[in-house]
Design a protein. Structure first.
Length: 156
C-alpha cells in the first residue's frame, strides 16, 4: 500500500529499483530468477575493439521495457516486469528513467500493461460481447432524459 497526499493505492506487489547499478544478477530482489533474464552479452557479441563488459551486463529488454527470457519459455512472467530505469540504456540507446524519457517511454509501457490486462480477461470480454443476454451497464433512468427523440409528426 502506498499513500500519496490523500490518495491510497493498493498493489498485489511491486518491484522497485533505484540507482544506476544495472546488472540484474547482482540484485538480491531478483536472485530467484536473475539467471533467466537475457542480458546484452547473451544476445550480442561486439567486435573486439568495441567490447565493454559493463554494457554486456545490461538486461536485453523488449519493446515495452520488459525483461526477456534468456531461454524461451523459462520465465513467461517476465512480460509483467517492466524496467524503467538506467538499465534500459543499452536496449534503447537513450537515457531511461529520467524526466525526458517519461514522454517517450511511459506510453509504450502503459500500452503493453493495458493490452496484457485486457487479454488476461479475454474470455470474459468475449463472452460479454457475443452474449445475447447482456445486462445494461447503467439503468435507463440515468440517461433517458438526455436521449434526443424525434418529435412526433402532426397528422393532417
Amino acid at each position: 500500500m502506498a499513500q500519496v497526499k490523500d490518495d491510497v493505492f493498493e498493489f498485489d506487489f511491486a518491484i522497485a529499483g533505484t540507482g544506476y547499478f544495472v546488472d540484474p544478477t547482482k540484485r538480491p530482489e531478483l536472485a530467484d530468477f536473475a539467471q533467466h533474464i537475457a542480458l546484452w552479452r547473451d544476445r550480442y557479441e561486439p567486435p573486439a575493439d568495441q567490447r565493454d563488459d559493463d554494457l554486456g551486463t545490461h538486461p536485453y529488454l523488449g519493446s515495452a521495457h520488459e525483461y526477456l527470457e534468456k531461454v524461451p519459455d523459462t520465465a513467461p512472467y517476465f512480460k509483467d516486469i517492466h524496467v524503467f530505469n538506467p538499465a534500459g540504456f543499452v536496449s534503447f540507446g537513450l537515457p531511461i528513467g529520467d524526466v525526458p524519457s517519461i514522454r517517450r517511454d511511459v506510453p509504450a509501457i502503459v500500452s503493453r500493461i493495458s493490452h496484457d490486462l485486457f487479454f488476461a480477461d479475454w474470455e470474459q470480454h468475449e463472452a460479454r460481447i457475443t452474449s445475447d443476454n447482456i445486462a445494461p451497464d447503467f439503468e435507463e433512468s440515468l440517461y433517458a432524459a438526455a436521449v434526443w427523440k424525434q418529435p412526433a409528426k402532426a397528422h393532417p
